[in-house]
Ligand binder design. Structure first.
Ligand SMILES: NC(=O)c1ccc[n+]([C@@H]2O[C@H](COP(=O)([O-])OP(=O)(O)OC[C@H]3O[C@@H](n4cnc5c(N)ncnc54)[C@H](OP(=O)(O)O)[C@@H]3O)[C@@H](O)[C@H]2O)c1
Ligand SMILES: *[C@@H]1O[C@H](CO)[C@@H](O)[C@H](O)[C@H]1NC(C)=O
Ligand SMILES: *[C@@H]1O[C@H](CO)[C@@H](O)[C@H](O)[C@H]1NC(C)=O
Length: 376
């Protein structure tokens, strides 16, 4: 049996779903001759490390207990007495990860899996990758801060995967990487990369009012707790930045032109979430309706996309032909069109569910397994 040790950073919706997938894939993996051993799990305040990192890992019953406790809102430290493990905090936690990485990195390809939503993990990810570990990310922040950090991380390109950062489980990064490796120059990428904004745009097309759509989306749980986090376009911009940097462009988040769907005077600094939902939103209805009608009169539809072309990445509303792949998109699916020499008139299209803890965690698990081909 080939043993794959992992340390999980972040135990929120995605991290817990990953632990769940690891447990339920045990028999499948064992048929493939693989066993995943979870040797450490962290949240924002502490790190739990299994007592015997060399041979075993946390038992499945304990992992399930971690998931139960975290979804009930308890911190990891409440579990200290339940498993055969130790607890570390702050600097001690980081030193411990480095020490595990030093003993397991080069020999086993220990994977450090970032399912946090923090930029603070950059330092530890860089350290462990220089110690020979594999790095898998669902977290976009480490890849979208300084270009130097991005370059340091991807310089170990055989040992890093971040498929789930763009389009959740969809093979967007893998497709872009394959096209690049084949020497086929990519000229343009256009993507609808937010499930929430995809849903909003296709409901607008049905003639509904923007304010109604956003309120409905929020009550269906499709948006962040403050829908402005989706409507600002920032999350799409981070995804666009990752794709742009994959193309080798040395650009920063601040170089991306981002069109927010609400004006700055309706922003979180000047208006509460409740006020925005109750009063702000409906003031935006008319203008968006006009844009939808204008697009429609030209045989187009309005989509919220990132456009990556000519060394620029722009994020915002675009009119696109009704009969294009993006024009036909409905609901919360993600869709990416990749244009290159080979895919000039008929782009390579990747389309499917692009969000959710389940698909995201599945993408992370596939990345972990994929990397292990490098290790004996
Ligand atoms: N959900 C999706 O559909 C989706 C899709 C693609 C990508 N992603 C990305 O996947 C990541 C995880 O998403 P999520 O929905 O699971 O987020 P979440 O529920 O907010 O969970 C984040 C977790 O990270 C922990 N954390 C925060 N700072 C940390 C640090 N410095 N070190 C270690 N752990 C830390 C948090 O700890 P506490 O529990 O102590 O707060 C929490 O357990 C995010 O970066 C998100 O953007 C999500
Ligand atoms: C993802 O997990 C979080 C935390 O458990 C939960 O609040 C959220 O509803 C989940 N999202 C989806 C789409 O299932
Ligand atoms: C953007 O990236 C360049 C490197 O290409 C760097 O020199 C510059 O300081 C960055 N700017 C910001 C605002 O981060």
């Amino acid at each position: 049996m080939k043993s794959i040790p992992i340390i999980l950073l972040g135990c929120g919706g995605v991290g817990r779903q990953l632990l769940d997938h690891i447990i339920s894939s045990r028999s499948l993996h064992s048929k493939q001759g693989i066993v995943i051993r979870v040797v450490g799990v962290s949240d924002s305040s502490s790190l739990l490390v299994s007592d015997d990192i060399m041979l075993s890992g946390m038992r499945d019953e304990f992992l399930a207990e971690i998931c139960r406790a975290k979804s009930a809102g308890s911190p990891l430290k409440s579990l200290l007495n339940h498993g055969h493990c130790q607890l570390f905090r702050g600097q001690d936690a980081l030193e411990n990860i480095v020490s595990i990485a030093s003993s397991l990195g080069r020999s086993t390809g220990l994977a450090v899996v970032d399912c946090s939503a923090s930029a603070e993990t950059i330092g530890i990810l860089e350290q462990v990758s220089s110690l020979g570990c594999c790095v898998v990310l669902a977290n976009k922040k480490p890849l979208t801060c300084a270009i130097e950090d991005f370059e340091k991380l991807v310089s170990h390109f055989r040992r890093i995967r971040f498929e789930s950062t763009v389009g959740a489980g969809l093979p967007v990064i893998a497709s872009v990487t394959r096209v690049i490796s084949s020497g086929d120059p990519i000229s343009r990428i256009v993507g609808s990369l937010s499930g929430t904004l995809g849903y909003v745009m296709s409901e607008l097309e049905e003639g509904k009012a923007f304010s109604e759509i956003v309120r409905a989306a929020k009550s269906l749980g499709y948006t962040e707790p403050d829908p402005r986090d989706d409507l600002s376009g920032m999350d799409v911009a981070r995804k666009g930045l990752i794709l742009s940097r994959l193309l080798g462009w040395r650009i920063n988040l601040s170089d991306i032109k981002i069109e927010s769907l609400y004006p700055s005077e309706f922003g979180p600094d000047s208006m509460s979430t409740d006020d925005f939902l109750a009063k702000g939103l409906s003031q935006l209805d008319e203008k968006l309706k006009e844009r939808v009608v204008t697009a429609s009169s030209k045989g187009n539809v309005l989509r919220y996309v990132c456009v990556i072309e000519d060394l620029r990445c722009n994020v915002g509303l675009r009119e696109l032909p009704k009969d294009s792949a993006l024009g036909r998109l409905r609901g919360s699916d993600n869709l990416v069109e990749i244009y290159s020499r080979c895919y000039k008139n008929s782009p390579l299209v990747i389309h499917g569910a692009g969000a959710g803890n389940d698909t995201t965690a599945a993408g992370v698990l596939a990345d972990i397994i994929d990397l292990q081909d490098l290790f004996a």
